[in-house]
Structure formats: C-alpha cells, structure tokens
Design a protein around this ligand. Structure first.
Ligand code: PLP
Length: 406
C-alpha cells in the first residue's frame, strides 16, 4: 500500500489506471441520501443533544433502537438493545475482539485468532497486539479450467478450532476474493466454535442489507456464538467511521468495556444520520437498487474484458464474483512473484494490489500466495477495459519469456 501511495504521488504527470483503490465510489444517490439525513438532523432539536453531549459507550440509543427493529423485522430475530454495540468503524470491532479474546492468557497459554480461509482481509493482519496469535488456513480450490474461473472453499480437513482458539473471524463477502462462504460452511464453522464456547465474528462489511454488495444470493447467519459485524463504510459513510456489532449480550459487554477504555464511545453525528437512513428504509433500498448493481456491472466489465483480452492457453483464473468491490485473479505457476508482476504492470501504467498481502496468519509456504492480484471495481468501464488489455499483454510476455528461457 505504501508503494502504491508513493507511486501515485510521484507519478503526478503520468496517467495511471488505478485499479488498487479500496475507497468506495461516491455515487450521487448515496451522497444525496446522506445530505438529506444531515439536513434533517441539522434542523431538528435533536442536533445539540447529538453533538454537544457525551453519550453511553454502547452507542446512541435512537440508532441502537433502529438497528434492533430493522434486524428483528427483517430476519425474525429477538434482539434487544443489549445485543448491539456501535463502534467507530467496524475495524475497531476486530481490534477489540482479537485483543479481548486472543493472545496470551494469564498462565501463558496462547489463544489463537483463527481465520478459517486464507486469503482474507489484510486488516486482520495487524489487529492483534500479539502477532503470533493470528492463524489462517489454506483453502481448497474449485477450478473451472475451461472457463478460467475458480472459487475458494474452506478445508475442513485442516481447520482446527479447539480450546486453544480465542475467536474466529472471516469476511463474507470476502475482501479480497469476493468469495461468499455458503450458509452450510458458515454454520459448520460456527458449530465447531460453539463446542469450545468460541465467538465467531462474521465481518459483513459487504453483506446485505447494507451495503448489499453480494452478487449471489446470501442470507446473514445468526447464532448464539456469532457476532454479526456491520460497516457503513461501503454504504457511503467511510469518513464517519461507523461499525455495528450484533450478538450475544455477554460478548457485546466485553467489547463495550474495551471500547469504554479506548475511546469512551463512537461519534454520535454519524449514528444520528444513519438512524434516519436505516429507519426510513432508504439505505437498504439504495443499497439494493444503486450500490449493488453499480459494482456488479463493474465485475461484468472486468470479466468480459479478460475473456476478450487474455490468452486462452495460459493458466489464468478469475475468482467467482460473488460480492465485495474487487475482482481477484490467480495466475497458476506464475514465473515471477506477484510483487514483480505488480512492478511490471506499473511500467505499463496500471496499478493493482499484489495478492500476497492478503494472507495474514498463513503458516508455511504456499506458492499460490505469490500468484494473485486484486483489482478494484472502482475505476471507470474504459479504465477497466484498457487495464485488462495491458494486463493481458504483460501476462503473455511473462509466461512466454519463461518458456523461452527454459
Ligand atoms: C472486509 C473488511 N472488513 C472491515 C473493513 C473496515 O471497515 P470500516 O471502515 O468499517 O472500519 C474493511 C475495509 O475496507 C473491509 O474490507
């Protein structure tokens, strides 16, 4: 990431096609929604109460009430306000969770933070104050050679969740791969964890009902040991830092205590406008009708451009586009590393993210780790199409040179 920022800064005059961004696109309908909610808050007597006063650590009560009502009616749950914690961004939930449930116990035993399927969100790499506590597992690969597609599956024959596990975390849909674990896979992981009273944090930063960045049918999974973690960042509010943890009261209390010590409570302005956007039903509607179709169409542009430009005889594979705002590619037996490929793409004016940064906690060597790239779906259609053409040229050279060199 540092190299990408430096490259963009130094190459001011150069027209890079930037396919590395994780920042969501500002969609006019989404911006308008937040403007309208802000205007409503500004003109209401609630304003002073929201910004001029401290509140409870758990969150702003009207916002918590809206979340409880929305999730109960949408998913037939029996949540009360004790099941909800509002945090400054969802990233902070993983910081609280990994450090409250993972790391060393007072008698020196290591409680692991288990990521059941690698690759996963790079942000889980640094959240634990005890880096050696993060463990992730190599997945199985479903490969469709003919159509140049693949999909990751959790490898239950390798996955260990036991008394040495402090907590489990995974993103669904997944950043970077766009993979959506099936309901059956999620329940299997949650059941394994339940045997040892281990909480499972399902990072739903891209899940329905908002931002609803799932391109395949998926329902959130709830359960006694599941903490459903929401982010409003991809629903147009990344600057306001707003995360929501929904789960059993005891786990929520642990997280809340951590939050009280760290920052007292989450800012209330974002919560007050989000209460309006969610309470009126506008956010879930815009998510399904504007946000999801926007990124889903971008994925189709990537897929079409790759099918047209990439050499059919080379072993390139696009992960199934099941959600999130990225496309993920694997180049089997890539003759160079992902980092070298990233550098070569820079030479032709295309910036992607080298894949190896998305395997936090993976033990042992796995060549696949150095054979992937992440492509952001935030660029224009023209940029994506041109970027894929340049990628195809570079990939052809990389594989063909290696064959000549043998
Ligand atoms: C999978 C995943 N989880 C969590 C986050 C952090 O989100 P927030 O802005 O809510 O802290 C991101 C941000 O990109 C993400 O991709």
């Amino acid at each position: 990431m540092k190299d990408i920022i430096e490259t963009l800064r130094l190459g001011k005059g150069k027209d890079f096609i930037n396919l590395s961004a994780g920042n969501p696109v500002i969609l006019p309908e989404v911006e308008q929604l937040w403007r309208d909610c802000t205007a409503e808050l500004l003109s209401s007597p609630e304003y002073g109460e929201v910004v001029c006063r401290y509140g409870s650590s758990q969150g702003y009560q009207p916002f918590i009430d809206v979340i409880v009502e929305d999730f109960n009616s949408r998913y037939g749950l029996n949540l009360t306000d004790r099941n909800v914690l509002i945090t400054p961004g969802s990233q902070s939930i993983y910081f609280y969770a990994t450090n409250a449930f993972g790391g060393y116990t007072t008698d020196g035993k290591l409680k692991k933070i288990v990521l059941p399927l690698s690759p996963d969100y790079t942000g889980y790499g640094g959240v634990s104050l005890i880096p050696e506590a993060v463990f992730s597992y190599q997945p199985k690969l479903d490969i469709d050679e003919v159509n140049h597609h693949f999909k990751y599956r959790p490898d239950f024959s390798q996955l260990i969740i036991d008394e040495t596990t402090g907590c489990v975390i995974f993103s669904r849909p997944c950043n970077p791969s766009g993979n959506v674990l099936t309901e059956e896979e999620v329940k299997k992981i949650a059941n394994l964890a339940a045997n040892f009273n281990v909480p499972v944090f399902i990072d739903s930063a891209y899940a329905p009902p908002f931002p609803a960045l799932n391109f395949t049918e998926m329902k959130p999974v709830f359960g006694d040991n599941i903490i459903h973690c929401i982010s409003l960042s991809k629903a147009g509010l990344p600057g306001e830092r707003l995360g929501i943890a929904i789960g059993n009261e005891i786990t929520i209390q642990v997280l809340e205590a951590f939050q009280t010590n760290m920052c007292i409570h989450s800012p209330r302005y974002g919560q007050a406008i989000a209460a309006r956007a969610i309470g009126s039903g506008a956010l879930s509607e815009i998510a399904a009708e504007v946000i999801r179709p926007y990124y889903q169409q971008k994925f189709t542009v990537v897929e079409t451009a790759l099918n047209q430009a990439m050499p059919k005889n080379l072993p390139w594979f696009l992960h199934r586009g099941e959600g999130a705002i990225f496309a993920w590619m694997w180049f089997k037996d890539l003759p160079i590393t992902d980092w070298e490929l990233y550098q070569q793409l820079k030479e032709v004016g295309v910036i992607v993210v080298p894949g190896s940064s998305f395997f936090p906690g993976l033990q042992g060597e796995w060549s696949h780790k150095n054979q992937c790239i992440r492509i952001s779906l935030t660029a224009t259609n023209e940029e994506i199409t041109e970027g894929m053409k340049r990628l195809a040229t570079v990939i052809e050279q990389v594989y063909n040179h290696s064959i000549v060199g043998v």
